[in-house]
Write a protein that binds this ligand. Sequence first.
Ligand code: NAD
Length: 256
Amino acid sequence: MNYNSKFAIVTGGANGIGRCIAEVFLHVGTEVAVIDVDREEGEEFQGLYPDLRFFHGDIGDKAALEGFVKALRRPVDYLVNNACIGRKGLLSGCSWEDFEYVQRVGVTAPYYLTSLLLKGNLLAPKASIVNIASTRAFQSQEDTESYTAAKGGIVALTHAMAVSLAGRARVNSVSPGWIDAGLYHKQIAPGEHSAEDHAQHPVGRVGKPEDVAGVVLYLCGDQAEFITGENITVDGGMGRLMVYHGDFGWGLEKNN
Ligand code: NAD
């Protein structure tokens, strides 16, 4: 469980869940490199921690990933593929370009970054890779195809990489449910949640970035050395709740 003096990469670590993961690593003595498109927040974050290096770049851009890996000063103990975006889906006419860009950020970049580390001999012994997926890999709302496809992709990529990297690195994914990422944003305020928002979760509340970061830390540590190719859901039990209209106080109110 000794994270001290280890080295972690967190993509999309300038804000939200990624920033919380990066902070949790820094607090246990791990050096961190963050790549993010948000230069302002990334530079502000770097100014707060001597053990944090910020790289400005879009992980959907091959050259940016190559430049980022070239600038690394040491082999990577923990790679957290966190950054992702959504550009909606069928009902709002998500274009070829937008759909393809989401897959590049959400699936191709985690693959290519891992591949660059492998080729550059930059995976430290007993390395751990954690891919941030989503419960949306397993259940859907309408008009979410670009994001949902990327999340399904990263769950499958996780077990494929776990098998390819056997003996080199463990690879797991974490699937958050509803997490209030605004708690780690300057630009986005934390959400105002109703009693019902909290109560629909079997644990009784909406999630916090720390709920995800704790599981990432666990998966990176030696205590998880028998876990690879696995996905851990962190959703307060919401994905396990069976909802039938009329049962146990649940009712369907359809507005359209
Ligand atoms: P967020 O939007 O709050 O933060 C994402 C960070 O990634 C930002 O700093 C952003 O600038 C950066 N980023 C976005 N595109 C990038 C790119 N192309 N290259 C480099 N950096 C980029 O997101 P979040 O809510 O903290 O989500 C983090 C991860 O958790 C994502 O993979 C997301 O899909 C997943 N997730 C979030 C929730 C939730 O409820 N918040 C639920 C399930 C899964």
